[in-house]
Design a protein around this ligand. Structure first.
Ligand code: ARG
Length: 592
């Protein structure tokens, strides 16, 4: 079943007015020329080009509409466009592409602008929004699995990007801390004793704890019955049961916080807003939906039937809002999250960073929220879905016993492997620096492998590839950054460089300049889609452009004024790499 595509209620986030943007300048100039030629508003379809710096492709589609020759249209547009201050040559190519070669003087002028701005030409948004980011969301008393790792990494990047742009970001960690398993878990806790349980959980042995409880639950009828009664007492608010539940959830939170600090993500204690925190809102949510006439009884359960969702037999698909036994489930809680975030937090953009298998769950929640009138333009809710992480065997990453792998162990392994690599590459580093660098590289490698993959795809967890110093990896980017820092150290120069007259001569300088000037366009381009692999891909080509420049163009040995100009190009590259990696949650060490 495929529900109809989500209505992206409301606006496309507009082009930033404050961004120093080559793309926007070309867009404006060519847009005006196309519009003059066509007699109607035309998007010139500017993009980066293989053959030139940029190209504009709109003549082709316009020709079909106007029934004219595309090359003629393109030629007319070229004559009408005011591009003298930006382009050295503008030519019509192939069936009607317009190829744009930028003038060195324009690159120099714009680089000067970007250089002088500590935000690299990207101004904060003029109208900040309240954006809720729901991410990580592990389940208490259970090991975090790799799906939670992806959500944590992607959500953290979203938080950093949107905050950097000036939005008011509210982090929400929707941990699973409620529901039937907690009856069984509390009973198990009582069986083994509180202090033993606290110990197991705090050392992160959540799998063993959960498994032991599960085994008893499946094998022992009496235990099963005790568990059932325990859930009832938990829900009724029995003080002892609540206290024990607190121990379970509290120890799990402590464990999750150690994973977050190991990962260097921004989530804190204050961001936990688990399922249980919505308990009081579930009844009112159901009442409200009932009053609106959105619920129907089906097999004894109270259900919503959101418009547009059908099962395989083409019958309306239910979203269960109250189970037959009167209990509420995952869906009801998420209806409460969306209502709360819109109504109480006043968010206008809601992001749910959760694996793709929950796509339909969220689309149904959003549709019910629209029908209830909670979710209305300009407010929009988006499922930021992601694929999973696979082991070398191409299956979901798991231990040999079939458990989800212990995340802390995975991350420790990445850091210790990074330490080995560093010990060989740079034996001169003192122990403390080496430990810091290994942390930055190991964790950076894991995050970058995730963020550089299209998030809707799966990828294989392969430490060798992630930690490689060549290819599209964090260490490659971090190395380019550290290399620039070392140029400065060698020359006894300090950074950031205060002011500079940048001159573009060699082709490698030119190419690096065009890359540097795309920073704002790339960042702006991912605000809606949150496709971080585009930012990653950009940083990789920036680092590659820098490496080529570094190999072909002497820096410290160059004559003035070229030397100063090249030092400034280095510094701008360093800043772009550090800022870009920072948006991905990755640290760029100064030496490695
Ligand atoms: N605990 C859930 C899981 O492990 C993820 C929670 C995602 N957030 C939400 N609002 N449903 O699948």
């Amino acid at each position: 079943m495929r529900p109809r595509t989500a209505v992206r209620a409301g606006r496309r986030v507009g082009r930033f007015t404050g961004v120093t943007s080559l793309e926007r300048l070309l867009d404006e100039r060519l847009g005006a020329a196309f519009t003059a030629v066509a007699g109607e508003q035309v998007d010139p379809a500017i993009r980066r080009s293989q053959r030139a710096d940029y190209q504009a492709d709109a003549a082709l589609s316009l020709a079909r509409r106007l029934r004219r020759n595309p090359r003629d249209i393109a030629a007319e547009v070229v004559r009408a466009a005011e591009l003298d201050d930006l382009c050295e040559t503008v030519e019509v190519a192939g069936p009607g592409f317009i190829n744009l070669h930028l003038a060195a003087s324009a690159l120099e002028r714009l680089l000067g602008e970007v250089f002088g701005d500590e935000r690299l030409g990207v101004a904060p948004v003029p109208e900040p929004e309240v954006v809720v980011v729901d991410y990580s969301g592990p389940n208490a008393a259970k090991e975090m699995h790799v799906g939670h790792l992806r959500s944590t990494i992607i959500g953290d990047a979203a938080v950093r990007l949107l905050s950097w742009l000036g939005h008011q970001v509210v982090r929400q960690n929707h941990i699973g801390d409620w529901g039937t398993p907690f009856g069984m878990l509390v009973e198990h806790l009582l069986d083994i004793g509180e202090s033993e349980a606290a110990h197991e959980l705090s050392v992160g042995d959540l799998n063993a704890f959960y498994r032991a409880a599960r085994v008893k639950f499946d094998a022992d009828e009496a235990f099963k019955e005790r568990s059932r009664l325990r859930v009832v007492r938990l829900q009724a608010g029995d003080p002892t049961t609540r206290r024990l539940w607190h121990v379970l959830v509290g120890e799990s939170k402590k464990y999750f916080l150690t994973v977050y600090s190991q990962l260097g993500v921004l989530l804190t204690e204050a961001d936990f807003r688990g399922e249980s925190s919505y308990n009081d809102q579930l009844g009112p949510v159901v009442d409200e939906l009932t009053e609106l006439g959105l619920l129907r009884l089906s097999d004894g359960a109270l259900c919503a039937f959101p418009e547009g969702f059908k099962n395989r037999d083409d019958e309306p698909l239910p979203l269960i809002v109250r189970k037959r036994d009167g209990g509420y489930g995952y869906a009801t809680t998420d209806l409460a999250t969306i209502r709360h975030r819109i109504r109480d937090l006043h968010a206008t953009r809601l992001l749910y960073v959760v694996g793709l298998p929950q796509y339909q769950h969220f689309e149904m929640i959003y549709e019910v929220a629209r029908e209830a009138g909670w979710l209305r333009a300009p407010v929009r809710a988006e499922h930021i879905g992601h694929g999973s992480i696979l082991g070398a065997d191409g299956k979901m990453l798991r231990t040999r016993a079939g458990d989800s792998v212990k995340l802390v162990a995975l991350l420790e392994q990445a850091v210790s492997r990074a330490a080995d690599v560093i010990a060989v590459k740079n034996p001169g580093l003192d122990a403390q620096t080496r430990a810091q660098v290994a942390q930055a590289i190991g964790i950076g490698a894991v995050k970058y492998a995730d963020l550089s993959t299209d998030r809707s795809k799966d990828y294989v967890f392969d430490l060798d590839r992630m930690l490689a110093f060549d290819g599209n990896t964090a260490p490659y980017l971090q190395y380019a950054h550290a290399r620039i820092c070392s140029v400065f150290r060698r020359a006894g120069l300090t950074y950031p460089v205060a002011a500079a007259d940048i001159r573009i001569g060699e082709p490698e300088e030119r190419h690096l300049a065009v890359q540097l000037l795309s920073f704002g366009d790339v960042v702006e381009g991912i605000v809606d889609s949150l496709e971080f692999h585009r930012l990653a891909g950009y940083l990789f080509s920036l680092a590659t452009a820098f490496t080529n420049f570094y190999e072909k163009c002497p820096i410290l040995r160059a004559e003035e004024p070229v030397r100063t100009s090249r030092v400034a190009l280095c510094d701008l590259t360093r800043r772009a790499l550090a800022t870009g990696l920072g948006l991905l949650g990755i640290t760029a060490p100064e030496r490695m």
